[in-house]
Design a protein around this ligand. Sequence first.
Ligand SMILES: [Zn+2]
Length: 124
Amino acid sequence: MQELRSRDYIFIIITNQSGIAQDIYTHEEVHEVHSYIKEHFANFGIRFAEIYYCPHHPTVSKCLCRKPGSLLVEKGLARFDIDPAQSYFIGDRERDIEAAQAAGVNSILVPSNANLGDYLSMIA
Ligand SMILES: [Zn+2]
């Protein structure tokens, strides 16, 4: 990520957190995890421009923001004036790739907990 930062990329997290809709955990708990992630990465000089999450689950409520829906990807593109053709969505699920493709963003499917350094060569 430091390498990507040096190439002027910004970072956005887009995540499905359907446990909220299913009453498994709360918005506050999700915010706590996000705070931890932000602090941890800040120690290495990495900042996230935004963390977008979908709190919904199709069994509870329908929405457009849950991946593979592309709403949150499009939100990030619009808010930060990002060119989708020069952007990459790195995800570990097929629905991540679908969301990226629907928004015109390049996509890289990686195994869960992959070392992202192994994928740097795929990013222009
Ligand atoms: Zn949603």
